[in-house]
Design a protein around this ligand. Structure first.
Ligand code: PA5
Length: 394
């Protein structure tokens, strides 16, 4: 596999000082577009800055992603002995839900529904499998769905690092898959995702071809783990470059519907890790509304196009045309094209190098990436004022 991280910068003559270039090495254009940020970018990821702001060492957790994927793939899953499943209903919130989103987009030949709410769909019943994923094991929306699945007598499996869902699963005889604890839920993604894959494989919902695909996608983590961490300089480090591009500006993230989970993950991680605002949309839908706004130039916008080698012609043509429109209206564009050969490879690659980019963004913003003050506050107040979980039969 090549070391190229597949980035091209604006390759359209948008203004007299932006040269026309193809999908070339990013560095020349990079320097043209964001030269004002370069020194700062180099400085902000100094060891000192990392130590100062990444107090709980979330970067260390991200470094472990290849090993966490292996850990999950090697552990035998607990599942239910039930064939003839109708739908797969995956329940989870936030970082835990991301693993469910990836399964839904990847398994496009299986009826997968993701529930990020308190209640299961009304139609869900005895032949629909529920898998409740909550890293902490204590998220009330997921516990609520779990309790409804118990009530409806549905086939049920749980995944957590501990918490109430583990205790209840043991008490109720629900197969529980315990993953290692001590990570931020979003940084536990490989543990949760590959455990989900293992559960589905055990139940023959993931066939052997798909399982091979999953195993091979884990290799993308190895590939990027050697290219995105602080010791790799900015000019060769795609994560640092992305962080530098969006730092203190307004990121707009666009990708195709087929990788919606990666587009949304990036937007959410800009907020959750990076403590910054971001917007996102997907093609082709954005070509029918969002695109209209690109008539007035906004110098603060930083557009990131998340492309893949598997984009069909009708989508890649749309990318080309919308990029022209962005550039004509004087906007700055960064195009990404990850390594890999399957849709899952691209999704996993995007998750990895863009998550790490948002850790750099946090550090540049002088914030602790792992901290989630507002989430903690909200959970604590809800617990104190409503105590929803105490009303559930668990
Ligand atoms: O990443 C995070 O910390 C959050 O998005 C959590 O994942 C979310 O609040 C749900 O918690 P849990 O994953 O423990 O169910």
């Amino acid at each position: 596999m090549q070391a190229k991280v597949g980035v091209g910068w604006a390759d359209f003559r948008a203004s007299p000082d932006q040269e026309v270039r193809g999908f070339v090495g990013l560095n020349l254009l990079y320097a043209t577009l964001v030269s004002h940020n370069m020194d700062e970018a180099a400085e902000i990821v100094s060891e000192h800055e990392i130590r100062k702001y990444d107090r709980s060492n979330i970067l260390g957790d991200y470094r472990r992603w290849p090993a966490l994927a292996q850990e999950a793939l090697e552990r035998e899953a607990s599942a239910v002995d039930f064939s003839d499943i109708n739908h797969v209903v995956l329940c989870g919130m936030g970082g835990s839900a991301a693993s469910c989103d990836v399964v839904r987009e990847w398994l496009d030949d299986v009826d997968v529904v993701v529930v990020k709410d308190y209640h299961l769909p009304k139609w869900a019943g005895g032949r629909d499998l529920v898998i409740a994923v909550t890293y902490s094991g204590n998220t009330e929306e997921t516990l609520s769905c779990y309790s409804e699945a118990l009530k409806r007598g549905m086939p049920l499996v749980t995944i957590s690092s501990g918490g109430t869902i583990e205790v209840s699963s043991r008490k109720r005889g629900v197969p529980h898959n315990k993953v290692s604890s001590g990570l931020a839920p979003r940084a536990a993604f490989p543990l949760l995702f590959y455990t989900l894959v293992e559960v589905l494989r055990k139940m023959d919902i993931v066939c052997s071809r798909r399982f091979e695909e999953a195993k091979s996608s884990a290799k993308m983590l190895d590939f990027y783990s050697r290219r995105i961490f602080p010791e790799v300089p900015l000019k060769e480090n795609i994560s640092k470059q992305v962080a530098s591009f969006i730092y203190q500006e307004i990121p707009k993230v666009y990708g195709s519907e087929r990788i919606r989970c990666a587009v949304e993950r990036f937007r959410r991680m800009i907020s959750e890790n990076g403590k910054w605002h971001a917007m996102s949309d997907v093609l082709p839908e954005l070509c029918h509304n969002e695109i209209v706004s690109y008539i007035i130039g906004n110098p603060r916008l930083r557009i990131i196009l998340m492309r893949t080698k598997s984009d069909p012609l009708e989508i890649s043509k749309r990318f080309d045309i919308v990029k022209e429109i962005f550039l004509k209206s004087q906007h700055k564009v960064m195009e990404l094209m990850p390594e890999g050969s399957s849709l899952l490879d691209f999704i996993i690659s995007y998750f990895y190098f863009l998550d790490v980019a948002t850790v750099y963004l946090a550090i540049k913003n002088r914030q602790e990436p792992a901290k989630t003050e507002n989430i903690d506050y909200l959970k604590e107040r809800l617990g104190r004022e409503l105590n929803y979980v105490s009303k559930l039969s668990l």
